[in-house]
Design a protein around this ligand. Sequence first.
Ligand SMILES: NC(=O)c1ccc[n+]([C@@H]2O[C@H](COP(=O)([O-])OP(=O)(O)OC[C@H]3O[C@@H](n4cnc5c(N)ncnc54)[C@H](O)[C@@H]3O)[C@@H](O)[C@H]2O)c1
Length: 313
Amino acid sequence: MTKQTVNIAIVGTGVIGAGWAAHFLARGFAVTATDPADGAESRLRDWIDNCWPVVERLGLADGASRDNLTFTPDVHAAVRHADFIQESGPERLDIKHSLIASIEAGARADAIIASSSSGLAISEIQAGARHPERIVLGHPFNPSHIIPLVEVGGGNLTSPENIARTMAFYASTGKKVIRINKEVKGHIANRLQVALWQEAISLVQRGVASVADIDAAISYGPGLRWALLGPFLNLHASGGPGGITLLLQHLGPAQREWARDLGTYPETDDYIESIAQGVDAELQSYDFPEMLHQRDQLLIQLLEAKRTLSQLP
Ligand SMILES: NC(=O)c1ccc[n+]([C@@H]2O[C@H](COP(=O)([O-])OP(=O)(O)OC[C@H]3O[C@@H](n4cnc5c(N)ncnc54)[C@H](O)[C@@H]3O)[C@@H](O)[C@H]2O)c1
């Protein structure tokens, strides 16, 4: 699929669909979006206007323009000429099934349907579809017009060719694409995050440290490196000349012991109040909206800087 020939349809223009629309417009594609909610079109256009300075700063492709956005409340019309359909409707299996049925009723049989679903398996979503082989996972990260990662995978009935087509297409739009080889709940990046949240909550509950200090332990510690190299390369770098093999041999016994002591995810909601109180205390001397603004500015600077360095993966 080349840019000149690819028409994009965005089905569902909430938080994630709007981000996808901005991303594809910035990469120079013609985008047709659909959403049945009242006021969806004006919300989408306002949202894209607001984020346009950011996508401009990240770099527009030739011909990129907000004018390349068409909106229709009619899903059949939205997907009729689409080569690539990004489904970002509500996260409920019954709604995904009815959405897929509506999309298939209007779309070409060979158009890719990529679902943004965070938690549902593609095998479940594609059950009952007319052409399940073209239904793939294309899971982004919020804000999806800024964060490069997309997790791609298939269900039992997705064809390997369509997974490969999807990966190549996202990569051609500047996304960092990873392949999920086997369906698991929560895909990959969110599972890694849950492992960390599980232990962070447990440390607060055990009285080991405050919410603010646990946040600082990541944001002033390993989190600074994680945006540059992932967990395995960082371990390899820590291992000196012996690399990760020596390091794992060396640290293995201690890490096994720490791992046996890790907390489990709370089974009830009792823990929420103490975590929320800790967050309130942490935010006392900050303006939270301004904090998020500064975070996003720094995130953009980081992405710009990473692009100039050829030896960062
Ligand atoms: N929010 C996140 O951080 C995040 C991150 C990655 C993936 N996702 C996934 O993206 C998908 C969308 O999530 P969201 O956070 O944007 O939800 P959202 O509630 O903000 O948006 C869903 C949109 O779908 C629209 N919709 C409802 N019925 C529809 C229909 N029949 N046709 C077209 N649109 C319809 C709604 O009007 C709404 O605008 C979910 O599957 C979610 O799991 C969310």
